[in-house]
Write a protein that binds this ligand. Structure first.
Ligand code: GLC
Length: 533
């Protein structure tokens, strides 16, 4: 692979996702807010991340907790005001922290004035801003498209006798991205935030934005079984990843490039080869199409090693990789992999080639919090109960200290704090040299100090079946990362250049010293090794 420029902040830096309802409440209403985030910037600086991505903070009826936007250029009063936002941005920039916001182009809220206009009549000038269709010839929805949140994707609007399309909730009507007026209005929304100084946008569900022009039925999915998410009953051949997507993405990139150093990140849940197209033919698309491989791949040395190889091989020349370990839509990493697995995952994502995105609270080892039926907030769980679709468990409040509300709020938290706060919170863990938080801090420090980790080349080296080992190299700097995925100890023969190497960091946080010709790894231990001096 040809060497590409690697000096952008979004290449060498680490991104940290904040789910704003759950990070820090400053006014006692039990819901996190912007002032709360500002109060915690020193923590993030201390932790050692470089950029913060904040899930939507815009005015919203909160049917999907902010992913249903009724005004793209404001702040929801739950989170604060525009001046609170400006203050947050200024305070972040003063600490050399970047701010990334969430751009939701696929759909608005049904309360957005655009949709309110659009639904008034068939000849309303804004009718064509959304996707309206007549009923099927025999009545009923125009085709078989399904909502990601269960049920059909078409809702009949009685007043005008037509159906509108919504890939998610019926409160989230999809915009018609074939309409140039929509493109122009949303470009202006992007500029509004870039003009204020926002450093980048994470673009929500972007592969959904364009649908088949002929509205053909999606083919059935023969692999669907009861217990799987209901929208997977069909293959999304005509509803996601349409070829026209590419020019849309390049258009957004042009807007971002009107400014200095802004980044576009895309939420795109597609297999690797299709994901790659979103970099754009001339790398003129997204800088970082999110790579969810680590969240979708069975955890093991062989499967993860193979994932890395396939991803690296598929990257277009000059494209920059990235890795995601958790987010607000998937069970937390410590629940998926267990405490030791989560430590290994932390080392992996902070030593692989590519920009890491971390999810708030994962640095503490927070696990999913069980949600009683009467506490359910997530509309997905409400519509499709009982198959584990709900996302509340991974969205519970950040744990700052050992008090009952974990230092998150003085009021009643919007989701429960959960058990085990005493051992899993910032205050307790920061004083424990072997805690998950201390491990994250040490990994982030290493990532910052060692250029080889931030931007160096990746080279896999042979290891035992249960181990993954690779070298990261930049100029004369080189580091070896060795990870044992098995529940038994192993001895790894080291490449000659790392014989007698120095242990810089172990996931157990309790060893240093030197290896010999071999490196003894404990069960589920990962180690970063420097060559012997
Ligand atoms: C994305 C978001 C998710 C949201 C959905 C609809 O997948 O990550 O939280 O519910 O889009 O906007």
């Amino acid at each position: 692979m040809a060497a590409a420029a690697t000096d952008a902040w979004w290449q060498s830096g680490v991104i940290y996702q904040i789910y704003p309802r759950s990070f820090q409440d400053s006014n006692g209403d039990g819901i996190g807010d912007l002032r709360g985030i500002t109060q915690r910037l020193d923590y993030l600086k201390w932790l050692g991340v470089d950029a913060i991505w904040i899930s939507p903070i815009f005015p919203s009826p909160m049917a999907d907790f902010g992913y249903d936007i009724s005004d793209y250029t404001g702040i929801d009063p739950i989170f604060g005001t525009l001046s609170d936002f400006d203050a947050l941005l200024e305070a972040a920039h003063a600490r050399d922290l970047k701010i990334i916001l969430d751009f939701v182009p696929n759909h608005t809220s049904d309360r957005h004035p655009w949709f309110q206009e659009s639904r008034k009549s068939r000849d309303n000038p804004m009718r064509d801003w959304y996707i309206w269709r007549d009923p099927a010839p025999g009545g009923g929805p125009p085709n078989n498209w399904l909502s990601e949140f269960g049920g059909g994707a078409w809702t009949l609007d009685e007043r005008t006798g037509q159906y509108y399309y919504h890939a998610f909730l019926e409160e989230q009507p999809d915009l018609n991205w074939r309409n140039p007026a929509v493109i122009a209005a949303m470009d202006d929304a992007l500029r509004f935030w870039f003009d204020r100084g926002v450093d980048g946008m994470r673009i929500d569900a972007l592969h959904h934005s364009i649908k088949d022009a002929q509205f053909r039925d999606n083919p059935p999915n023969p692999d669907w079984k009861p217990g799987m998410k209901p929208h997977l009953k069909v293959r999304r051949a005509h509803t996601v990843d349409q070829p026209e997507m590419r020019s849309l993405v390049m258009g957004w990139r042009k807007v971002a490039d009107e400014y200095e150093g802004r980044v576009l990140i895309g939420e795109i849940n597609l297999p690797i080869p299709r994901l790659m197209r979103y970099y754009g033919p001339q790398l003129d698309g997204l800088q970082l199409p999110f790579n969810f491989g680590l969240m979708n791949t069975r955890w093991g040395a062989a499967t993860i090693g193979d994932l890395i190889a396939r991803y690296e091989a598929a990257l277009p020349e000059g494209a920059w990789p990235n890795w995601v370990i958790g987010n607000h839509d998937i069970s937390r990493v410590a629940t998926r992999l267990g405490p030791e697995g989560a430590r290994l995952a932390a080392m992996l994502i902070l030593t692989l080639r590519g920009t890491p995105t971390l999810y708030y609270g994962d640095e503490l080892g927070m696990t999913d919090v069980p949600i009683a039926p009467d506490q359910v907030q997530d509309p997905f769980e409400k519509r499709v109960p009982g198959i584990g679709a709900g996302r509340d468990p991974e969205r519970t409040p950040m744990r700052w200290d050992a008090t009952p509300s974990a230092g998150f709020t003085t009021g009643t938290p919007w989701l429960p704090i959960g058990d085990g706060v005493a051992g899993c919170n910032v205050e307790t863990e920061r004083d424990d040299p072997t805690s998950m938080l201390s491990l994250h801090r040490a990994l982030l420090k290493l990532h910052r100090k060692r250029t080889a980790l931030a931007v160096g080349a990746y080279e896999r080296v042979p290891a035992t079946e249960d181990c993954l080992a690779f070298i990261r190299r930049h100029d004369r700097e080189r580091l070896l990362v060795a990870m044992n995925f098995s529940p038994a100890p192993v001895a790894l023969t080291l490449p000659a250049e790392f014989a007698n190497g120095r242990v810089l960091l172990s996931t157990t946080m309790d060893r240093g010293g030197n290896a010999s010709e071999t490196l003894a790894l404990h069960a589920r231990e990962g180690v970063v090794l420097a060559p012997a001096r």
